[in-house]
Design a protein around this ligand. Structure first.
Ligand SMILES: Cc1ncc(COP(=O)(O)O)c(C=O)c1O
Length: 452
């Protein structure tokens, strides 16, 4: 059986095995612990949803590089496209020589990104860099300074994006002072409503607070350049904002001349069952920032905006040495071709349906599961010590993640309270692999739920 179609199998007595343990010493001595580590193993090869480590253990990957690998590890056609590009040239740098893939990728993104009217795109290298550029564009276009972002948001680790990111530790503590002009509004986290209200009977009280309080007491709307929002809160715990809330954001943006930025870095590229998370909204953003899965693992990030917004900047004001690198753009063009041809959105919906059904069954059985939510194949379980008080089960969540790892399933935490597990399986995963992973997960939950 090829690795691509195999199932998880641990062959060493414990994880990590001996070869990974040796290599971990090299990492420990030479790389700062500030770079987080989830799986304490070293990869030998990876295909589809499967990763084989240097000791021969085979893991099922429900993390996909934190949303980078919707197309799966080492998709053969993407590998071929990148190899073919390697034979020609790597990095002419668009500021120096033109090469076709850059404007072709921009052309493709302008075709598929759900912004109304004429659009243009610039390419950069990381999600944080793309968010930074979106803020530059919004400030220049509006001539205003203030940005509104949300509780629970994650936008990156550069200075501006750190300021817009919500969780203090480990992302912000001790790194200040942070840039000015960042204003935070509560996210509509209905499971833990910031106003103590219930979804369905709340009359969207949170959205009303913009005009009733926030614009009066915290930031003036006529000084606000942009509202930046993740269509599904990623690091913050895969929380889907109600459409009525986003509709209200759009209304406020139109009323006060504010731009609406959708940060699609984790939710984009078929993950939610639509090509972009904001396609679930009944309104459209003005700027879309995307990255991660667009190029199947080779770094490229994209800022797409209305053409009149892009026209507010002049030559040399945006860009960078590696931006829109030839290998990454060749990879991205192939990824997008495959995603459309093979209907990856349908794959995400199928995986999501299968998984959510199992989550609902698990929720009936295990009191530790407080909430199961998400959209498409962007799903999360939130763990609580007590369903009535919703006290976060942080240590238990960590224990479940570790138990999964020991049995060949790699899953990642989420949420500002560290009590969620997010699921981002590669969309090429087989049904058999989904079920095998969920079996491992269920056993881990049952064990930790019984032990507490
Ligand atoms: C929604 C969102 N925005 C921005 C970023 C930052 O991207 P990068 O790590 O490529 O800088 C991330 C990364 O996880 C993200 O999920």
């Amino acid at each position: 059986m090829s690795l691509r179609t195999s199932l998880p199998k641990i062959v060493t007595d414990t994880v990590p095995g001996p070869k990974s343990t040796e290599l971990l010493k090299v990492r420990k001595d030479n790389v700062t612990d500030a770079v987080a580590m989830l799986a304490p193993v070293f990869v030998d090869r990876a295909e589809g949803a499967m990763v084989q480590d240097v000791d021969g253990n085979v893991f099922l990957d429900f993390v996909a590089g934190i949303g980078v690998l919707n197309i799966g590890h080492s998709h053969p056609e993407v590998v071929e496209a990148v190899k073919a590009q390697c034979d020609k040239y790597f990095a002419p740098n668009l500021n120096v020589f033109n090469y076709e893939q850059y404007p072709r990728l921009a052309e493709k993104l302008n075709e598929i990104i759900p912004i109304e009217g004429e659009k243009q795109t610039i390419l950069v290298n990381t999600g944080a860099e793309a968010d930074e550029n979106a803020i530059k564009l919004a400030r220049r276009y509006t001539g205003r300074t203030e940005i509104i972002c949300f509780a629970g948001a994650f936008h990156g680790r550069s200075y501006m994006t750190m300021a817009m990111t919500s969780k203090c530790h480990p992302y912000k503590t001790g790194f200040g002072p942070l840039p000015q002009g960042v204003n935070r509004f509560p996210f509509p986290y209905c499971y833990r409503c910031p106003y103590g209200l219930e979804k369905g009977s709340c009359d969207m009280h949170c959205a009303k607070m913009f005009e009733e309080s926030f614009f009066l007491e915290y930031v003036a709307p006529d000084e606000t350049a942009a509202i930046i929002l993740e269509p599904v809160l990623g690091e913050g715990g895969f929380i889907v904002p109600p459409d009525e809330f986003v509709q209200e954001l759009r209304r406020l943006c139109d009323k006060y001349g504010i731009l609406l930025i959708a940060d699609e870095i984790q939710a984009g590229y078929a993950r939610t069952g639509k090509m972009f998370g904001c396609e679930h909204w009944s309104v459209r953003p003005d700027i879309v920032v995307s990255a991660k899965s667009v190029a199947g693992g080779i770094p490229v990030a994209c800022v797409t905006a209305r053409k009149d917004i892009m026209e507010a900047v002049s030559p040399g004001e945006l860009g960078g040495t590696y931006s829109g690198n030839a290998l990454a753009t060749a990879s991205a063009l192939k990824v997008l071709e495959i995603m459309e041809r093979d209907d990856y959105c349908a794959k995400a919906r199928h995986i999501g349906d299968m998984t959510m059904k199992r989550f609902q069954e698990m929720k009936e059985k295990y009191e530790i599961i407080g909430d199961a939510r998400g959209v498409g194949a962007m799903l999360v379980l939130e763990f609580v010590k007590d369903r009535a008080t919703k006290e976060p089960a942080k240590t238990e969540t960590k224990a479940i993640i570790n138990e999964c790892m020991q049995n060949g399933l790699v899953v990642l935490g989420a949420g500002v309270r560290d009590n969620c597990i997010r699921f981002l399986m590669p969309l090429v995963i087989t049904d058999e692999q989904v079920n095998a992973g969920l079996d491992i997960l269920e056993k881990a939950i049952a064990k930790i739920d019984a032990e507490r």
